[in-house]
Design a protein around this ligand. Structure first.
Ligand SMILES: Cc1cc2nc3c(=O)[nH]c(=O)nc-3n(C[C@H](O)[C@H](O)[C@H](O)COP(=O)(O)OP(=O)(O)OC[C@H]3O[C@@H](n4cnc5c(N)ncnc54)[C@H](O)[C@@H]3O)c2cc1C
Length: 501
């Protein structure tokens, strides 16, 4: 019988999931069909919540000096992302190949076995385990584990093998992308610019490389295989007047607005994560970012299941929590695509949106949405405190010995965390039986109040923020219990962390 987890695909999501499982002591093998990394970068950065998720595991520092985007928008309509207490801008200028390099180095240090040049081609599911068939440099081989996770991208073979439906909208529009080297004369158009005949965008990918994206209104989905840069340069010139013909490029491609979501994120011993569960137009740097959060939601739950302490139904909360997030992602990218890419007939709607986002409440709501900070999970029906179910902001925590730490640092080991900040001893005593799964920080205090990101039901007066007496955080950084008025601590411990020792 196999013991650990097999992941198909060493993209950002597969690698993040591998790290999460390994932090929780699970044996992980990642099979990646490419013998060497592609060096390509679809992504050019990530959202604020994805940055927080990396920071929770001590990874953000590995990115070096990062560039914070300073133009918030929704489908090209500017939003004031400073509408919330923290700013909510995402991270720009980090090419996806770099994110993958950093994650692969991290998981390799943690002891994950990343096997390149192996394609997962089939599997057989048993009652206690799953046998995965791979084709690699030495031919066919089999490997048995407890679970298989398909992090194998939008065309996911695992999803197809599992027979999981992928309903959605067919592609109707085509777009070009090219990474152009050494052309400082390309005018930055970071949130895109509507021009006669379509939309153009230009953003710094990394030192000396500019990412251009073009949507010629007349372009329908096209075959990517015969695409040349000269075709893209023709289109750029037609829309902007500038000739880029003959420029050196690192990558050229075409993509579409196909929008689909997997009907199930789990079937038996097979789970899906990242692009294998959702594809959409890349508006607002969200695909990789949401995928990485899928992985962080799944990792500790799958580890708890493999390690034998998961409460009944814990693994099913992965679909219950992440499928609605995927639905919202598809909806917001479709809405952004309409605003961005439709012609003059959309102008009245764009104008209405521009007026609406002048309202701080509307700006806060949209900023929470696009940044990924407004995600709230159901914490067993408890709704007494506005922080419940939201992610805990990265506040400084004062410790009893006079030193300080931060919420992100407390989450580094990917375990639960109980922070008691009102000097009481009751919560720590109640949680003692779970101390093998959660870290308990008593005699603590908050250096600053904690802001609340609105998601619909938060009362207006919470804009001032809160300083909770105590919080219980799940390993993914979401608030499972809060004092006062956030339900019973014992219920929350049992719901998320199983039976006491
Ligand atoms: C133009 C463009 C720009 C984008 N910009 C951004 C951005 O700025 N920010 C952002 O957050 N998102 C962005 N995205 C989306 C982002 O690129 C994807 O969401 C992200 O790559 C998904 O990661 P993943 O790990 O799920 O899948 P992938 O990155 O597709 O990785 C899947 C991996 O699985 C491997 N694989 C496939 N089948 C098998 C198999 N059978 N066996 C073994 N291995 C297999 C593949 O080789 C691949 O390495 C952009 C997308 C596009 C098209």
């Amino acid at each position: 019988m196999g013991t650990g987890v097999i992941i198909a695909g060493a993209g950002p999501v597969g690698l993040m999931l591998a790290g999460e499982l390994r932090l929780n002591g699970v044996d992980v093998v990642v099979y990646e069909q490419r013998a060497t990394p592609s060096g390509e970068s679809r992504g050019v950065g990530f959202t604020r919540r994805a940055a927080e998720v990396f920071h929770q595991r001590g990874l953000l520092a590995r990115f070096g000096d990062i560039e914070i985007g300073n133009e918030g928008h929704f489908g090209g309509v500017r939003i004031d992302f400073t509408a919330l207490e923290d700013n909510h801008f995402g991270i720009r200028g980090v090419p996806q190949y770099r994110i993958e390099e950093i994650l692969e180095a991290w998981v390799t240090d943690l002891g994950v076995d990343v096997r390149r040049g192996y394609e997962v081609v089939d599997y057989r599911e048993g009652s206690d385990d799953i046998t995965v068939v791979v084709e690699g440099p030495d031919g066919r081989a089999e490997h048995t584990a407890r679970y298989l996770v398909g992090c194998d991208g939008g065309r996911s073979r695992i999803r197809k093998l599992a027979g999981i439906e992928f309903p959605g909208r067919e592609a109707t529009r085509g777009m070009y992308v090219a990474d152009v080297v050494d052309r400082p004369d390309i005018k930055p158009r970071v949130i895109g610019e509507r021009v006669d005949g379509g939309m153009v965008m230009a953003i710094r990918l990394e030192e000396g490389v500019t990412r251009i994206i073009i949507h010629p209104a007349k372009l329908t989905p096209r075959d990517n295989s015969k695409l040349t840069f000269s075709e893209i340069a023709d289109s750029w010139q037609e829309l902007t007047g500038q000739s880029l013909h003959g420029a050196e490029t690192k990558w050229v491609s075409a993509f579409t607005n196909a929008t689909r979501q997997a009907a199930e994120y789990r079937r038996g011993r097979v789970l899906l994560s990242g692009d294998s569960t959702h594809i959409h137009i890349p508006a607002g740097a969200q695909g990789l970012s949401v995928g990485v959060q899928d992985a962080v939601n799944l990792g500790w739950k799958l580890a708890a299941t493999v390690n034998g302490w998961a409460p009944e139904g814990l693994l099913d909360t992965y679909q219950a929590e992440r499928h609605p997030v995927g639905e919202k992602l598809l909806r917001n990218t479709l809405a952004q695509a309409s605003l961005y890419l439709t012609g003059d007939e959309m102008e009245p709607m764009r104008q209405v949106m521009r007026e609406l986002v002048q309202s701080p409440d509307a700006a806060r709501r949209l900023a929470g949405h696009v940044s990924g900070l407004g995600i709230r999970y159901d914490m067993g029906g408890a709704t007494g405190h506005p922080l419940l179910g939201l992610r805990m902001p990265d506040r400084e925590v004062k410790l009893g010995d006079g030193s300080t730490t931060r919420v992100s640092r407390l989450l580094h080991p990917a375990r639960g965390v109980l922070v008691v900040a009102d000097g009481s001893t009751g919560p720590a005593k109640l949680a003692a039986g779970w101390s093998d799964r959660i870290d308990i920080v008593t005699d603590a205090g908050w250096s600053d109040r904690v802001d609340i990101v609105p998601d619909g039901w938060v009362p207006a007066d919470t804009a001032e923020g809160t300083t909770p007496d105590a919080v219980l955080l799940r390993p993914d950084g979401h608030v499972a219990w809060v004092s006062p008025d956030g339900g019973e601590l014992l219920d929350a411990l049992a719901r998320w962390f199983g039976s006491p020792r």
